[in-house]
Design a protein around this ligand. Sequence first.
Ligand code: ADP
Length: 613
Amino acid sequence: MSTPTTHEFQAEVKQVLDIVIHSLYTDREIFIRELVSNAADALEKMRHTQLTEKDIFQADKPLEISITSDETAGTLTIADAGIGMTRAELVENLGTIAHSGSKAFASALKNAGKGGDATLIGQFGVGFYSAFMVAEEVKVYTHSWRGEGEHLVWSSTGVGTYTIEEAPDQDRGCRIVIRLKEDARDFARPGTIRSVLGKYSNFVGFPITLNGERVNTVEAIWLKNKDEVTEEQYESFYKFTAKAFDKPVYRLHFQADAPLVINALLFLPEQNMEAFGMGQMEPGVALYCKKVLIDPHPPKLLPDWMRFVKGVIDSEDLPLNISRESMQDSALVRKLGEVVGKRLLKFLDKEAQDDAKKFQEFYMKFSRFFKEGVATDHANRDAIAKLLRFESSLTEPGEVVGLGDYVKRMKEDQKAIYYQVAPSRAAIEGGPYLEAFKSKGYEVLFLYESIDEYVVSTLPEFEGKKLQAVNSPDVDLGEVSSEGESLSEDDTLALAGWLKESLGDGVEEVRAGKRLVSAPALAITPEGEMTPQLRQMMKALKPSEVEAPKVILEINPRHELVKKVNHLRQNDADLAKLLSEQILDNALLSAGLLDDPQRVVARTEKIMARIAG
Ligand code: ADP
């Protein structure tokens, strides 16, 4: 027999263990759920391995989970006949965390507050370590499914290091032995274990025994009729299948016979896990065929943006021996995903109409996914666009409107759906663009996120109406009524010519603007130039490659300041130049195009000196 080797835990694992051991003291029971769920995953992988591999260690061993407890010794043992682990896999799986799990977990816990919230742990891919909430020591006895593998035991007290040594006569799979802490000995009582299993593990697709007695009935509630399933069953199934701790906000349970036989049970969660900094989630809707799990996270079943949806799709039309690989290219699977995806979008649209407030609350957390959907899922683009929500010039701050309602309240002569992209409501309401639209009674959508612009650019139309930015050169508002006497047409033309001359390269054109009410001027991005938002993004990426902006300057010939500049250009050309440069920079600032705020400071000082002098 070899001597044990000692290994240091990776720093991220140490961090997780430190939290688990020192900060989590509520909901400790969930460690049972985590270990049972790992055992079930390992059995699931075994079932698939059996389909493709020949040389399997203990090939006839039944796929089961057996739990035994010893109250006198204070130990709890969870054994499975799953795929087990090799020495390298032990090091990889129980000594390191591959992704951002530990960081995301730590920050989620911080939000959860005092006492921690242990129920979160499974979502962050660190469930195994939850055993250390209750364990003095954990031993993992294992033999991999691979024929000539080693018989091994991994042991640790959760502090700093673990050891691996040979341990003869291991069965295939993993046997996890937990020596319970003094204050956790209750978890060796069969009554306690049974009640925890009842809460969390009812839906495990493999037999579970406790001290030799069968404790679960394998239930496929998605195959039942809606009226045969209770709210509690739905909720605990959601928690089981999504490894979730929250409650689902929406649930869609349906059966269909044509064009395919489908039993689907889908849930929309309350919490957006990607918002915790977990990186991109795996698809959350599992694929089954006649109760048998084909793939827990099938990548090409539903469109990628629907990865936050949880649940199950079962279709008896699929061949039972379909492999995960062939599944991905299967036309049948694609069709299945199409049908269910469409159904889900229809369901959400109806829910949004029935209870707009509830949908808004849900949407606020998951808006990123819907926006991604509009940009990437062409087949469903219009249906997803219906679900987008934005603040607008007609909503209160924090309230939103959908494109459908927007179109319903469009004015008769209104030509397009108007939007402005800007960082905040204040920036839009204080800027020069909105007022003309307001004076016409046209609603303007307020888009606050930088991806919004990209999203609307992939959506040229909604219900036959064009989407148009308020600062687009193509906006046609007809006549905008405004007060005050205007410069004559000749004077306006002459002033525009003079401004073009004196402002130089930054302006492509100066013209009288029809869409100005109380501002002296505004800047419009000419056709073919980058929009201000895109330009800002490019500037952040490659500052040296972004040239100075070029704009069309629209002036308001009714505005006092504009009239003054016109007068001054003939009498005090210096001051007229200073003022017109300032008018341009103000317009650039409102447009999000001002690169050099410092020059504004210098110039305003000059102007102030002129006034004071
Ligand atoms: P997750 O299960 O979310 O990946 P865990 O911390 O619970 O995270 O487990 C880490 C890894 O250890 C698993 O991904 C799996 O590869 C391995 N593992 C855990 N338990 C078992 C088991 N009973 N049998 C085989 N492998 C296991």
